[in-house]
Design a protein around this ligand. Sequence first.
Ligand SMILES: Cc1cc2nc3c(=O)[nH]c(=O)nc-3n(C[C@H](O)[C@H](O)[C@H](O)COP(=O)(O)O)c2cc1C
Length: 409
Amino acid sequence: MTDGKPARRRLLKSMLAAPLLAGFGPSMRAFAEDAATPITSADEALDVFDFERAARAILPPAHFAYLATGVDGDATLRANTDAFEHYQMRVRRMTDLRNIDLSVQLFGSTWDSPIFLNPIGSQRAFHADGELAVARAAKSMKHLQVLSTVSSVSIEEVSQARGEPIWYQLYPTDQWDITRALVQRAEAAGCPVLVLTVDLQGGSNRLTMQRGARMDSRDCSACHLENPKSFGETLARKPMFSGLDMSKVMSTAPLDMSWDYLDRLREIWPGKLVIKGIVTREDAELAVEHGVDGIVVSNHGGRAEDSGRAAIDSLVEVVAGVRGRVPVLVDSGFRRGSDIFKALALGATAVGIGRPYIWGLASFGQEGVERVLAILRRELLIAMRQAGVQRIRELQPGVIVGHRGYGLG
Ligand SMILES: Cc1cc2nc3c(=O)[nH]c(=O)nc-3n(C[C@H](O)[C@H](O)[C@H](O)COP(=O)(O)O)c2cc1C
């Protein structure tokens, strides 16, 4: 993966110098900015962005661009991180801070931390150990891991590395037989929670990803089909589709999907069913009416629509729509413990991270993922101490203030 690095650095440096880059969105700039002095070991990292620089230095351009990309002008990507400024911590003094407890309850299980690892496809594109390294880190740090439909390692192998069943994320294919086969395989692997992702149905115009692929001059035929005959043929290379007849699959986000799809899924899935990608009060209410067990507020890390609306802002109205009937989880843009603190205060039960742990994975494998989790946990712990809060459930709207017209629900 490091082949051609000096040449690539020169290319990226010249790109950076080009005034042309000023017109690109933040995902393209993040992708093109050269790593100043990337860290050389995981324990040197001071925050998760140290891993971003290290990942950018080591990954091939196409792979880093796949990770960094937003859509269109990156408005949502930018909003996801900027919007934490809409909410501020209310800091308290003079409380006993000796015993801070970060644990949360979710569907009858207790987790040491409210931070979970979001589903991210194709993790072997970032490190040879891919999802297995992440599972080992999740195991050693006792975090919840959600496996993607388009993973590069099968659910059976990842569950084994994790040491217990993991949650499985489902992309709704347009062929019911294929979807059912995926669901049955997850059930057979002992998966307790199925997470249906619904935020890519409208399409996603990932420009940075396409530009990165154009810049990458490597021979990629060992991993990618050069001229796939169909989308199904490309997908068939993923372990979760092995042995399935993929010839008719045209999409993992069918245009005709509506709420009855959820009802249908409910009939074939005996475990907990969570919907991922809800960003409005109306859809949250409909999801609860259709019997979901949980909701993930998410805009796919700014890689779905270019609405310009941050996940943390959507969280407020979703929590209001749900009215405590099911747990609300959230992801997209979380980079600091104080970000996580704010979401928990706004009513989230748990907070997912995507890119940050992949930066850790790409740079230092399992150790990098562990260090990312340790940094975020420590930052959250410090934020809780500063707010004078000992337990996650004490994180209520009173520990933050919303400003510039951002209400607290
Ligand atoms: C490279 C990449 C691949 C992703 N693959 C999936 C996927 O297979 N399934 C899914 O539901 N979400 C996927 N997501 C979205 C994440 O689960 C999550 O919503 C998002 O990364 C959170 O935002 P963050 O990266 O800003 O933390 C992916 C995100 C990235 C960056």
